[in-house]
Design a protein. Structure first.
Length: 629
């Protein structure tokens, strides 16, 4: 019993340690950069250690307290630590520690290093709050803090206009999705009387379809913004303006995955109509982002669109989870969708964080060059980065028996079993994934150097390479669910295993997809200054570029031509009617009444006589009927 209590007490430490680190840095260490970095890294190390220790105890618990009450309306803050939270907390802890250590070398000479590490600690606090929240309202509080933290970190180099604009774009775009999320929370409380995850699961299916369909779709709006699904995906590629370790932590492994995690938390609210919308949103996002990645020259932009595509895979996996009715008549999402989505979230966190940090090592070694057509020959210049990055690429394209192979196959099996149209789209997306990732790998590392920067590239120090090695190991073994004893069985055990012919179909499809996509990239792209696809098929290349720019153009037109003009109209109406007629008009009327009243009290005897005579005449006219009101 004492051991259990001790482990439960660990949870507040996990949540508060990064907050304390952020507060110390912000209040006392803004100019003590090295000390600030050490405190932030130590906090991340403690989080990682406590998360692993707590997860492997097998302990699961929940509890909270009432925070605010207004009549019958009550809001609570609490912790729900189950298999899902254990999995996500370990991901945040491990990847967060790797990013902190990598940042020590990557930003060693940054003039605002203390502010950067303070932002990282604040982000860790916010993300852990999302993971441990036992109700949707508490999750929303930390959800907004994560958005604020990402705003600070994306705009870390705020003296660059592009970084400042990217931070604002990310913040504003997420607010659009979060507005729907907030409406969903309000509607959920109105319909169910609670937003607690456990209490919602106990309620079952009691309400009208309009409520049960609208609530999950409104809550899904938050995931559309945070996990960058269509049509709110525009912020993620621009967010690459932030430091590369931030891209690894926020835009590959944790923040963007928060939307998928939230969907898994609210699975009890799902209905077929909502699942269908979620499934197709993820599917379309996956294929759209993969097409956009094909034309990118910036190494981080390729990885950004790859992240968008893989997030689409996760969202589609959740939507592919079918519904079933339990013994008490409650409609529940079969855990296959949750398991497959979280499985891919886990493996993706490892190999995508590895590739983002690997791209940071490349950028650092090439003196901040990011154009892959100005690289080449880095396999010999940076052998450790090359080896670990190669493992990351092999994992994401689905090389058999690496992490991505298992999690991608789980999603493909769900699609094959439940929706063949989605299966076809996701298979084609996998071909594109192999194509653009091998393209990136070949142009970056093979051949001969194509610029002065790549000619003088060099490997980084221990803080830059050690995280790569750890993440490379996880990218190899992360797909073997047996390495999670007792910890994540509740998440993984219900992933349907392919049997018989289905197993053969999925395995053969994955192998063919990997070989076709990789073979095309190896054949088409020779180390050259120009893009081979653009040379050989300019029409297709131009169409893909136009596809990439289409959403930004639509949003730019909407803001400039519609929103701005509507705002000008509202401002005009406000000035004329609200400020003019209502406010100034009433003030003017009161002023006229006051002027008249002052005229009656001028202190002049003759004036009083005239007013007396005027009143007497009015009374006489009224009395005789000459004046009728």
């Amino acid at each position: 019993m004492e051991t259990t209590v001790n482990h439960i007490v660990v949870v507040p430490y996990i949540l508060m340690e990064p907050l304390i680190a952020a507060a110390l840095i912000a209040l006392f260490l803004r100019r003590r950069h090295n000390i600030a970095a050490v405190i932030s890294v130590l906090a991340a190390a403690l989080i990682c250690f406590r998360a692993l220790k707590l997860a492997f105890t097998g302990l699961r618990f929940e509890g909270g307290f009432e925070w605010l009450r207004l009549g019958d309306f009550a809001l609570s803050l609490g912790v729900k630590y189950d298999d899902l939270a254990a999995l996500m907390l370990v991901i945040v802890g491990v990847v967060g520690l790797c990013v902190h250590v990598f940042s020590l070398g990557y930003l060693s000479h940054d003039h605002a290093k203390a502010r950067y590490f303070g932002g990282l600690s604040m982000f860790m606090f916010s993300m852990i709050g999302i993971v441990l929240a036992d109700n949707i309202f508490m999750m929303f509080i930390f959800w907004e803090l994560v958005g604020f933290s990402s705003y600070l970190l994306i705009g870390h180099w705020h003296e660059k206009q592009s970084a400042s604009d990217a931070a604002k774009k990310a913040f504003i775009t997420n607010r659009v999705g979060d507005f729907g999320f907030l409406l969903g929370i309000i509607w959920c409380y109105y319909a169910n009387g609670t937003v607690n995850f456990t209490e919602l699961a106990a309620l079952g299916d009691k309400h009208a379809l309009v409520f049960s369909t609208a609530i999950p779709l409104l809550l899904f709006c938050g995931a559309v913004g945070k996990s960058a699904q269509l049509p709110l995906q525009v912020w993620l590629p621009d967010a690459m303006e932030g430091p590369t370790p931030v891209s690894a932590l926020i835009h590959a492994a944790t923040m963007v995955a928060a939307g998928v995690y939230m969907l898994c938390r609210i699975n009890v609210l799902m209905v077929p109509q909502a699942l269908n919308v979620i499934m197709w949103t993820g599917t379309v996002t996956a294929i759209y982002a993969a097409l956009c990645a094909v034309t990118q020259r910036d190494i981080k932009k390729v990885l950004a669109y790859s992240t968008l595509s893989q997030l689409g895979y996760m969202v589609a996996a959740f939507g592919l989870g079918s519904l079933a009715t339990d013994q008490e008549g409650r409609t529940m999402v079969v855990a296959a969708g949750v398991g497959a989505a979280m499985f891919h979230l886990t493996t993706h966190a490892f190999f995508k964080a590895l590739m983002f940090l690997g791209s940071g090592s490349v950028i650092h070694g090439c003196h901040h060059e990011q154009d892959i057509f100005k690289m080449g020959g880095l396999a010999k210049k940076m052998p450790l980065t090359f080896a670990t990055f190669t493992i990351g690429v092999a994992a994401i394209i689905g090389m058999p028996f690496l992490a991505g192979f298992f999690s991608k196959d789980a999603i493909l099996y769900l699609a094959y079993a439940n929706n063949r149209a989605v299966f076809a789209v996701l298979v084609f997306t996998a071909v594109l994934t192999s194509f653009y990732m091998v393209r990136l790998w070949k142009l970056t590392f093979l051949g001969t150097p194509r610029s002065e920067a790549s000619e003088h590239a060099h490997e980084g120090g221990l803080t830059l390479t050690a995280p790569l090695v750890l993440l490379a190991v996880l990218s190899v073994i992360g797909g073997y669910t047996g390495i999670y004893p007792k910890v994540f069985n509740g998440v993984f055990e219900l992933i349907p295993e392919a049997h018989g012919s289905a197993h053969t179909v999925i395995f053969a499809t994955s192998l063919v997809v990997m070989l076709v996509g990789s073979g095309l990239a190896l054949t088409l792209y020779n180390p050259a200054v120009t893009d081979s696809l653009e040379q050989k098929s300019p029409g297709l290349f131009a169409a893909l570029v136009a596809l990439k720019n289409s959403f930004d153009r639509v949003y730019d037109y909407y803001v400039a031509k519609i929103q701005q003009r509507f705002a000008m109209l509202l401002n005009f109406l406000e000035q004329i009617f609200l400020a003019g007629v209502i406010i100034r008009g009433l003030a003017g009327l009161v002023g006229l009444v006051g002027l008249g009243a002052r005229a009656l009290h001028v202190g002049n005897l003759n004036a009083y006589v005239y007013w007396f005579l005027f009143g007497a005449v009015l009374l006489w006219a009224y009395a005789t009927g000459a004046l009728a009101f």
